[in-house]
Design a protein. Structure first.
Length: 150
């Protein structure tokens, strides 16, 4: 998938674009500035997460949340995102969901994150807001692509 991202953390804020490829064993997420310059490339394979910055500095950690907080100054909930972007809770973990009159999830609370679904394109979310403490991440999903991988 690809789209736009806006991050507000306390008094700091930034906007950009993202491109994300996900399957069950790996993730590759590229975050760029609004002008298309690379800001960070995050890759996950099993329990190994690597972040490479625009100046080619490389950082490694067992999870994306602590790694992105250390390097970018804000937490990216990569563990929950594969399910949340599909409008559902991650199975096997406590979650509270609020649904609209049609039964569609409009708000999800899981792992101390509040996920608000603001718009949908068919069955899939196209605009969402993730919040935790003073951190807010807004995603606008412009393109979905299904590759046939599990």
């Amino acid at each position: 998938m690809s789209g736009r991202v806006a991050v507000n953390s306390g008094k700091e804020g930034s906007t950009g674009r993202f491109s994300w490829r996900h399957d069950t064993i790996s993730d590759e997420l590229l975050i760029t500035s609004p002008l298309g310059q690379g800001v960070a490339r995050i890759t996950r394979r099993d329990n190994h997460v690597r972040l490479v910055t625009a100046d080619s500095r490389e950082y490694v950690a067992p999870d994306a949340e602590s790694l992105t907080e250390q390097v970018l100054g804000w937490r990216l909930p990569l563990a929950g995102l594969p399910d949340w972007i599909r409008g559902r809770a991650t199975p096997g973990r406590q979650a509270d969901a609020r649904r609209n009159g049609e039964g569609r999830v409009v708000e999800l609370i899981q792992d101390d994150w509040r996920v608000e679904y603001q718009d949908f394109e068919g069955e899939l979310p196209s605009r969402m807001r993730l919040a935790r403490g003073d951190l807010e991440i807004r995603l606008v999903i412009e393109r979905w692509a299904h590759t046939g991988h599990p």
